[in-house]
Design a protein around this ligand. Structure first.
Ligand code: ADE
Length: 419
């Protein structure tokens, strides 16, 4: 019997059908799996993953399993687990999973502990909670760990802080920083899935509404672009002058959140930082404003302040909490301030996770190749692997591109030729 702590194994058939559906949109990961399955390059390697338990993650876990790895999974967020997928992984794929949608913080950390008990030699993180728990409470494991990967911006920031402190005990590949990850997953993936979450949760028309995006990183750009596509009037708020300038020249209104809050029907955060929507913004926010977070942790909106300002809270729809404030205004918080794209929708579409998880797969292989010796610290995905993912994705999309001629190649490498 495969070990697990999941909601209901009877959900497995539905989960299996949805995993199969996602697989059809993940040709790069599939091809990598099929090409390596006979060699089993990861034979016997214990892989512990703290990832969002979605249909796409199931396909990554299956690819690693097919390459020989012994994979064990827990969730990287208490609200992102798809219970049918967790069931299918356990029942149909024989992969131990410890994840239940809506689990308490205590259960969330107990589940991470169950992955650690598997003594992983490779860690896969989305937000760095697994690495952090290993470094805080299970340091004896560190000498046996070959390396890890990190999927998301927030996790990479945390890991770089650990490395700067001299606290990171093994090498981690920052999958997030691969071009074929953040240019696509963070921008088009978050763009589509965050809007999907807001729309599924509220079913409120976006056309003609004022939609504020807090943070103009790759995720914020995607959200702003797709909100505009729905006909919303989009405001961007930033703290970085360069990004603010880009947002302005991309055609968005740019202003401080203090001003934007009073105008906004929607405020969506994507900064990775704490309390970016704070008491001062909540104090002036427009009546009925929808607040959502698309960043990794539920700290971007100051929820304790919102609670302290409120006299009543109702849940008119799943994923919507309506807070009635003392002054009579109502503010609507989506998904308890957790990442709206995974908590109120299904996360990024499979076609974009295909590239992110192809990078994960290639990075795990890279960490386990005898020739690789990476020092403890945060490392990039090797450029040739990043390019390989781009090449394979283009081929899977039936897109051909031009090649440089010999003359052009020579011209580009010569400094002598001018006008
Ligand atoms: N992060 C964002 N979207 C995701 C998805 N669909 N699966 C796994 N991790 C994700």
């Amino acid at each position: 019997m495969t070990q697990s702590d999941i909601k209901d194994p009877a959900l497995a058939p539905q989960g299996a059908r949805r995993i199969e559906w996602a697989r059809r949109e993940m040709p790069v990961l599939n091809a990598l799996m099929e090409e390596t399955a006979h060699e089993r390059p990861l034979a016997g390697i214990r892989v512990g993953g703290c990832l969002h338990i979605t249909t796409e993650t199931a396909n990554l876990a299956h690819a690693l399993q097919a390459a020989g790895a012994e994979v064990v999974l827990c969730a990287s967020n208490p609200l992102s687990t798809q219970d049918d997928v967790a069931a299918a992984l356990v029942v149909e794929y024989g992969i131990p999973v410890f994840a239940i949608h809506g689990e308490s913080t205590e259960t969330y950390y107990r589940h991470i502990g169950q992955v650690i008990a598997h003594r992983p030699q490779i860690t896969l993180d989305d937000g760095a909670d697994l690495v952090s728990e290993i470094h805080k409470h299970h340091r004896d494991l560190i000498p046996h760990i070959l390396g890890g990967t990190e999927e998301t911006t927030t996790g990479v920031i945390r890991l770089r802080a650990m490395a700067a402190d001299g606290a990171l005990g093994y090498p981690i590949i920052a999958v997030n920083d691969a071009m074929t990850k953040h240019l696509f997953d963070n921008r088009y993936g978050t763009g589509q899935s965050a809007l999907d979450g807001v729309i599924r949760a509220t079913n409120i028309l976006l056309a003609g509404k004022v939609f504020t995006v807090v943070g103009y990183g790759w995720c914020g750009r995607g959200i702003a672009m797709r909100a505009r596509g729905h006909g919303a009037r989009v405001i961007v708020t930033e703290v970085e002058p360069l990004r603010a300038l880009e947002a302005a020249m991309d055609g968005y209104q740019v202003m401080p959140l203090r001003k934007a809050a009073a105008l906004s029907d929607f405020i969506v955060t994507a900064t990775g930082d704490k309390h970016v929507v704070d008491e001062e913004h909540l104090a002036v926010a427009k009546d009925g404003c929808v607040l959502a977070n698309a960043g990794h942790f539920n700290v971007e909106i100051n929820i304790p302040a919102l609670e302290a300002m409120s006299v009543d809270r109702q849940r008119p729809r799943p994923s919507v909490d309506e807070y009635r404030l003392r002054d009579g205004r109502t503010l609507r918080l989506l998904a308890e301030g957790r990442l709206v794209n995974l908590a109120a929708a299904e996360g990024h579409p499979s076609a974009v996770m295909d590239m992110s998880f192809a990078n994960q797969f290639l990075s795990v292989r890279h960490l386990t190749e005898g020739t690789t010796t990476l020092s403890p610290g945060v490392h990039r995905v090797p450029e040739e692997l990043d390019r390989e993912v781009a090449r394979r994705k283009l081929a899977a999309m039936n897109l051909e591109i031009d090649q440089l001629s010999e003359e052009q190649r020579r011209y580009l490498s010569s400094w002598k030729e001018g006008t």
